[in-house]
Design a protein around this ligand. Sequence first.
Ligand code: KG4
Ligand code: ZN
Length: 375
Amino acid sequence: MATGLILGIESSCDETAAAVVRNGREVLSNIVSSQVAMHALYGGVVPELASREHLRNIVPVVREAMRNANLTYADLDAVAVTAGPGLAGALLVGISFAKSLSFGLGKPLIAVNHLEGHIHAVLMQSASSINSNTPTLALVVSGGHTHLYLAQQNEGAWTYRNVGRTVDDAAGEAYDKVAKLLGLPYPGGPWVDRLSAFGDGNAVCFRFAEIDRGTPDAPSFDFSFSGIKTAVLRYVDTHGMRTDAEQRRATIAAATAAGTPLSLEQIRDLCDGRTLDLLSSFQCAVVQNLATTSLRAAARFGVRNLVISGGVAANRALRNRFEQIAAERNLTVAFPSPALSTDNAAMIAAAAWPRLQHGTFATADLNAAPQLRLG
Ligand code: KG4
Ligand code: ZN
């Protein structure tokens, strides 16, 4: 008799993660080993280094997840793993480990789409406030993805329809690139988020190039963030802000190398008013664009439940904006807790639960699917 205990494993990008979740909801353990400090030295994720670190970390991370859950491997009902999308070499570490473990234990293996995992990071925490018999609009907004899905549960199984996606950069990627341009640490999203509070979001007027909105009969809900990134670059150049940004980068790097990383206040003091205004204006424009497009889609599909997930869902301005809109329009909006916003394995185990109930298992030839799509 299944007790609903699933070990989830996630290694699609720069976090090696393992978690045990009962019945898709109860998190018994959730271990994340982040490589972010190592990749920060290079200003972005280096795929070869990511695979090597996953190899080094996977065994201790899984052991710790099992220890924290106070379980033995024999107690598990299934092993779930991220099959894609993500970095091929990174995905392969988690998949190879999960396959061997499930084979050795004689327990089923469940393949999970990373994007579905992000959606379940919210659903697992807010199932009571989300009516799963009507479609939910899910915005997955992270460093690699900006996607809109209509998600619906039919007889326990979730189905997804992709109704919008970025045609170029992901929103988190734009955050990271703008932060890098202004000499801020990697990953830049959390820094832009916190520093924006000290600037004026209306100081610089950024317009989103009108991407194809489709026709009235077939509207488009796609996103584009490369234009605003270029507009920030142009602003920095035309206002002579490059030298200051380089100095800021060098000061921050020197402090980090000396083992005394700068605090938010210290980094804020390295930014002049114009830089803080620029960051705040960039953030305002991105948040407004994400909110407007999501609302157009919600209205079009008659959806009353919104779910926002992925690393950028940790953004405070984004949360405030969506919560304000939801209150104005009587919509339900749900976010993951900060710990489940960024990559983790609890969301993978949660997404695997309906598959365990339906007996939908992966076979021994499961392979990494770097471009795996959802819906
Ligand atoms: O979901 P995630 O951990 O990894 C991917 O699947 O990409 O998302 C990481 C992304 C990075 O681009 C990071 O800068 C961004 O999420 N991010 C944020 C915030 N926290 C993380 N962006 C804006 N505001 C934040 N508070
Ligand atoms: Zn992710």
